[in-house]
Write a protein that binds this ligand. Structure first.
Ligand code: HGY
Ligand code: MN
Ligand code: MN
Length: 451
């Protein structure tokens, strides 16, 4: 399929895409070395590693011709101004921006590509599409192109996710300031220690009219593309999410002298609860529940656990189904606690609605993927994302689109996470083509994206 990109690039076009993919892979390795953990990759919000990664990515953004800044929530941003439609090659600094990007933060013991590869592919897309205007680089379109490296998609440090993108979307919740990390540092203190002013977090907010849309490339974090033998997919929607922190309380007693009949073992109660989550969710389509954190107190080998603190990550393709499943889980927890003479409480620490990707952005991602396939190839895969993404927050102010890349066996949130350089090259081609397709749309069409 003749691609706009082939006409846009010079003869060395394909070599430039290959070189871009190689740079992405090398830079994923470089970022992987910025970790707060003794071994493995861990980069959390407002940490020294977050600051180091921002500085490095800002350098790469500037090298691609962008002006850069760190916003009031610690997101790293780069911008290529729009070409003026009135006078060429003048620059239109007030034009809305197409936002490309992903996140730089990670889970503990993370892989190298979750989030990171999307940020780097976005920078390479800018490098491929930029045009000269005097002594600076600008976007070839009537819209600016920005790359944003979100700072807390995972929620690893404070438990609630999408903090960086929530600030950009203007949905920051002041209640979050009292969230604490494992060491007891509040989000407010962490802001101050990072050099940010909590009182100015609102300045990270973007107005809908400032944006054309948000388009993110990301690894699938599931096995579907690998099983289909395909490299890329259009994302149709992103699963809704709810996260809870539980406390299950019983009685800490002597492990030897306490008869079973008088035990109120919080660990056994919480274990039954975790198994109930699995049983209830497995009976559902497109609802998944995971107990990822589980701590027993006092944690001595010869003491019956008097308290267990555990988490629940619950997702569903549709908010209503997810909420019905939550109600059934809560009922089961009540019955387990009653039968075992335990008390339980749950605190919801995160909630994000399911997001349907904007039709026009799905279309241009599909067009982009088609240009990476031989003529006559089947339609590209269209996948519902069970993984959460910053687009869930960004949907509050603009249209969201996503391009998925195959990652081996769908392994993610693990050091074995892997993506092939050849698939990254295909992904960059598809992303650049999608942006060019948007560039050929009229302003009124583009304004429909965010509705
Ligand atoms: O949890 C998720 O789905 C994403 O990787 N933060
Ligand atoms: Mn992740
Ligand atoms: Mn991610």
């Amino acid at each position: 399929m003749s691609a706009l990109l082939d006409r846009f690039l010079d003869d060395a076009g394909l070599d430039r895409v290959t070189a871009a993919a190689r740079r992405v892979m090398t830079r994923c390795e470089e970022l992987a070395r910025i970790s707060g953990a003794e071994s493995g990759i861990e980069r959390v919000y407002l940490s020294p590693e977050h600051a180091r990664a921002n500085r490095l990515v800002a350098e790469w953004m500037r090298e691609a011709g962008m002006t850069t800044w760190q916003d009031a929530a610690g997101n790293q941003v780069g911008r290529l101004e729009a070409r003026s439609v009135t006078a060429d090659p003048h620059v239109d600094r007030d034009a809305p921006a197409l936002l490309l990007g992903s996140h730089l933060d990670t889970v503990p013991d993370a892989g190298r590509y979750d989030g990171i590869v999307g940020v780097l592919m976005a920078i390479e897309t800018v490098r491929l599409l930029r045009v000269r205007a005097g002594d600076s680089w600008i976007s070839p379109f009537a819209f600016a192109i920005e790359v944003i490296a979100f700072s807390d998609e995972e929620g690893t440090r404070f438990g609630t996710a999408l903090l960086g993108s929530a600030a950009v979307a203007g949905t920051w919740d002041p209640e979050w300031w009292t969230l604490t990390d494992a060491g007891g540092t509040t989000l407010r203190q962490a802001f101050l220690e990072f050099g940010l002013d909590p009182g100015r977090v609102g300045e990270a907010g973007r107005r809908p009219e400032e944006l054309v849309g948000y388009l993110e490339a990301h690894i699938e974090q599931g096995p579907e593309l690998d099983q289909r033998g395909e490299a890329l997919a259009v994302v149709s929607s992103i699963a809704s999410a709810r996260r809870f922190q539980f406390v299950m309380e019983g009685e800490a007693r002597h492990a030897g002298g306490t008869p079973y009949a008088s035990r109120h073992d919080a660990l056994l109660g919480a274990s039954e609860a975790a198994l109930a989550v699995e049983r209830i969710c497995m009976a559902e389509h497109h609802v998944v529940g995971t107990v990822g954190r589980f701590e027993a107190f006092p944690g001595a080998v010869n003491v019956i656990p008097g308290e267990v603190r555990f988490s629940l990550d619950l997702r569903g393709e549709f908010d209503e189904r997810r909420d019905e499943v939550w109600n059934r889980i809560a009922e089961d927890l009540g019955a387990i606690a009653w039968r075992r003479g335990l008390r339980w409480q749950a605190r919801e620490v995160h909630r994000a609605a399911a997001v349907t990707c904007a039709p026009l952005l799905q279309d241009v991602v599909r067009e982009g993927i088609l240009t990476t396939l031989p003529n006559g190839a089947d339609e590209p895969a269209v996948i519902f994302s069970r993984a959460g993404h910053d687009g869930m927050a960004m949907a509050a102010i603009t249209g969201v689109g996503m391009l998925f890349l195959r990652n081996a066996h769908g392994i993610s949130h693990h050091p074995d996470e892997h993506v092939e350089g050849a698939d990254v090259a295909r992904g960059i081609r598809a992303l650049a083509e999608a942006v060019l397709q948007l560039g050929s749309e009229s302003r009124t069409t583009l304004e429909r994206i965010r509705r």
